[in-house]
Design a binder for this molecule. Structure first.
Ligand code: PEP
Length: 253
């Protein structure tokens, strides 16, 4: 059975005290209100990782993740953060290939493949983001694009490595815009992603892979999205900054 996950991406938001207080509220609400086996992950700024990881000790339903990492193990890369550093402060996940990293920092599939290797090599799990722009959707190029993002970013992995990966389908046009893919649009792509994984790694691996939807997912649309056969949860930006909304989205399963 694949894992159900709701992951929050705080991006470059929230001060330290505010972040800790929201995270504490999330822990308490999850403990009191969430009964299923789903996992909640909060991907916070690097400088908060250690504190959040300390708070989450003993709470098996909640994990902490980073939003990026450098592709090299270590070395003269002033200002960068390695996967090993992220692991050493108690995080378990790293978002890779978010569309904002692709768009504003020029991250390409080849670089993301290297980041995936270094993340897995340090016993972290990648939440690997893929998705098309509106132009690519309108030009009917999105299936081809998704296929390339998967094959160039992830399909060099061995079966054992791939089993650690969480895939997040995030149509770029839906991120932070308030426009959500319809449940049918999202399901269509999720089924396609699973089919591509099955073609490469076999049906069993594909059936066990968690595929998240991201893009203006909120308390109103989460239930319908999460009820689709191939949608195993969400990657949540804006709505993860409010503890009540984030936990209500977790409860939408
Ligand atoms: C995201 O940044 O991954 C995201 C899905 O953002 P939002 O939920 O705000 O659209």
């Amino acid at each position: 059975m694949r894992q159900k996950i709701v992951a929050g991406n705080w991006k470059m938001n929230l001060g330290y005290n505010e972040g800790l207080s929201i995270f504490s509220e999330v822990i308490n609400m999850v403990n009191d209100e969430v009964t299923g086996a789903q996992t909640a992950i909060v991907c916070c700024p690097y400088t908060y990782l250690h504190s959040l990881a300390q708070l989450v000790k003993g709470h098996s339903q909640i994990s902490v993740g980073a939003q990026n990492c450098h592709q090299e193990e270590a070395g003269a890369f002033t200002g960068e953060i390695s996967a090993k550093m992220i692991r050493s402060v108690g995080a378990q996940y790293v978002i890779l290939g978010h569309s904002e990293r692709r768009q504003y920092f020029g991250e390409k599939n080849e670089l993301l493949a290297k980041k995936t290797d270094v993340v897995l090599g340090n016993s972290l799990k990648p939440i690997f983001c893929i998705g098309e722009t509106m132009e690519e959707r309108e030009n009917d190029r999105f299936f081809e694009l998704i296929k390339t993002q998967l094959s160039e970013g992830l399909f060099h992995l061995t079966d054992t490595q791939f089993a650690q990966v969480v895939v997040a389908y995030e149509p770029v046009w839906a991120i932070g815009t308030g426009k959500t893919a319809s449940a049918a649009q999202a399901q269509e792509i999720h089924a396609f992603i699973r089919q591509e994984i099955a073609a490469k790694y076999g049906q069993e691996t594909a059936d066990d892979t968690t595929i998240l939807y991201g893009g203006s997912c909120n308390t109103k649309n989460a239930k319908e999205l999460f009820s689709q056969a191939d949608i195993d949860g969400g990657l949540i930006g804006g709505a993860s900054l409010k503890s009540r909304d984030f936990v209500d989205i977790i409860k939408a399963f």
